[in-house]
Design a protein around this ligand. Structure first.
Ligand code: SF4
Ligand code: SF4
Length: 478
């Protein structure tokens, strides 16, 4: 058979297999979608807090190596400079004093010398905030309820693990408890997942901790000296990752009406409860929680724990919640069976979709190919641009537009559950293009520049209308 014909036939065969999978997804697997979406307007993941919502059949998509590419040699992130919240104060203060990069102390001097663009962006955000506050009273007042709600959602939540070193803070109080002998790692994993759901999580996964994901230097003190490298504690053997969704309607009305605080609080509570539970069994446990109380990078640990794949926007995409969740991690030495990573088509989908990059107001999400970052190939996110946009809007701090617009972040009704099964089962990528086109057609967003405050040239836009209960003008006489 001529080579060309052979190639065509192979391609046809692959496409036919993909189409068959897609049809199977629509028919057979659509049934599970229908079952899961019996409430046609059900909210993503919020409807089950005891494991019922984590219903994607991960075993069918389990892989031996995680869906990211290690091209090595690898290095660990410096939490002092590579975490925007840790470095931004230095640039702000430099802006006030008129200081240049060469005037800064290490490690900021070296970081900004390598990333002079970040220095320029990071110096701007206090001024951007000031410009937002100059907006008209009418525009500012529109977000009174949204800000009150965001503040309340962050008001009741455990925050601190203190400042003892991990060898002290992670363990049960000295002499209080010898570790109980657990019957088996599999039974322990089952127990930990069940109590995590009872504590309020929607997602939970378990992995061995890859030390590459621990910061080289800490982003906040948490018992570490800020100028000494972190020696990964020997008792950080496993990582349990939990994730809870943000309330749907405000999330959909990002950036001005949404808040991360609701899911931050829930995930913090779950992680602190889980760490307490494990310590009461005599083992070491340490919560790593949002906003910035982490000693490690969470997204790749989520991937390792089989909860999802990292998307173009750097957030992990899960089958159940898309990217509408906030995670927390507990590191521990409690022996448990671990989960396998999954590959359900996200890497292929993100190659052509690019909706988040097109709708990101700040241009922080790359539209091009992956780059090598610390020995791993991934999409680079420009965190300085992103954080500047957070300072360019009303409402609670943050943005989350990339989460709202991602086609994987949809309500868990049967249509969206079925679409997920189709993309996950289609090796040709044909359905990806079709679904991306549908997403753009049915869920268009405002112009990215419209998301900015009026005093910064925007229209104070949100991705969707605010929920009725956050419309200040309908409740407060101004
Ligand atoms: S949070 Fe907003 S500004 Fe940041 S990357 Fe996402 S869409 Fe862009
Ligand atoms: S919006 Fe599209 S490109 Fe961006 S993370 Fe989601 S699927 Fe990937």
């Amino acid at each position: 058979m001529p080579e060309r014909q052979l190639r065509v036939n192979r391609r046809t065969l692959i496409k036919a297999a993909g189409a068959t999978s897609a049809v199977l997804g629509l028919s057979g697997l659509g049934l599970s979608g229908y079952r899961a979406g019996k409430a046609p307007d059900s909210y993503t993941g919020c409807e089950g807090s005891q494991g019922a919502a984590q219903d994607f059949d991960r075993k069918r998509f389990a892989v031996d190596t995680p869906p990211y590419e290690k091209v090595g040699p690898t290095s660990r992130a410096d939490g002092r400079t590579e975490v925007i919240f840790s470095r931004v104060g230095v640039a702000r203060s430099a802006a006030e004093k008129g200081a240049k990069i060469e005037d800064l102390d290490e490690p900021f001097k070296s970081y900004y010398a390598q990333h002079p663009e970040d220095f320029e962006f990071d110096k701007q955000n206090r001024e951007l905030r000031r410009k937002v506050r100059e907006d008209s009273e009418e525009n500012r007042n529109r977000y009174i309820l949204a800000e009150a709600w965001a503040g309340a959602m962050g008001a009741v939540s455990p925050r601190s693990i203190g400042n003892d070193p991990p060898e002290v803070s992670d363990f049960p109080r000295q002499g209080s408890r010898e570790p109980f002998k657990m019957k088996s790692p599999a039974a322990t994993a089952k127990l930990i997942k069940k109590v995590s759901y009872e504590f309020g999580t929607v997602l939970v996964g378990i992995t061995k901790l890859n030390p590459d994901w621990v910061y080289q230097y800490p982003s906040s003190r948490r018992g570490f000296a800020t100028d000494e490298p972190i020696e990964v504690p020997k008792h950080w053997k496993y990582a349990i990752v939990v994730g809870t969704p943000m309330s749907w309607d405000p999330m959909y009305a990002n950036p001005t009406y949404g808040t991360s605080n609701d899911a931050y609080s829930k995930s913090r509570i779950v992680a602190f409860r889980l760490a307490s539970f494990i310590k009461r069994l005599g083992y070491a446990a340490r919560p790593h929680t949002p906003g910035n109380s982490y000693d490690l990078m969470v997204p790749p640990i989520m991937v390792d724990a089989g909860l999802g794949e990292q998307g173009r926007h750097s957030v992990v995409i899960t089958p159940e919640l898309g990217c509408n969740f906030r995670p927390a991690v507990v590191t521990t030495n409690l022996p448990m069976a671990t989960d396998k990573p999954i590959a359900f088509g996200v890497q292929e989908f993100c190659k052509t979709c690019k909706i988040c990059a097109e709708q990101c107001p700040s241009g922080a999400i790359c539209k091009g190919d992956k780059e090598v970052v610390r020995g791993y190939r991934r999409y680079r996110l420009h965190s300085s641009k992103c954080f500047n946009f957070w300072n360019s809007t009303h409402g609670s701090m943050g943005c989350r537009v990339c989460i709202a617009v991602c086609p994987y972040t949809r309500k868990s009704n049967w249509v969206h559950k079925t679409a997920l099964q189709v993309t996950a089962n289609d090796p040709t990528g044909l359905s990806h293009k079709m679904l991306t086109g549908m997403q753009k057609r049915f869920y268009p967003g405002p112009e990215p520049s419209d998301y900015y405050a009026a005093t910064l040239g925007g229209k104070n836009a949100s991705y969707r209308e605010p929920p009725w209960w956050l419309k200040t003008e309908d409740f407060i006489a101004l």
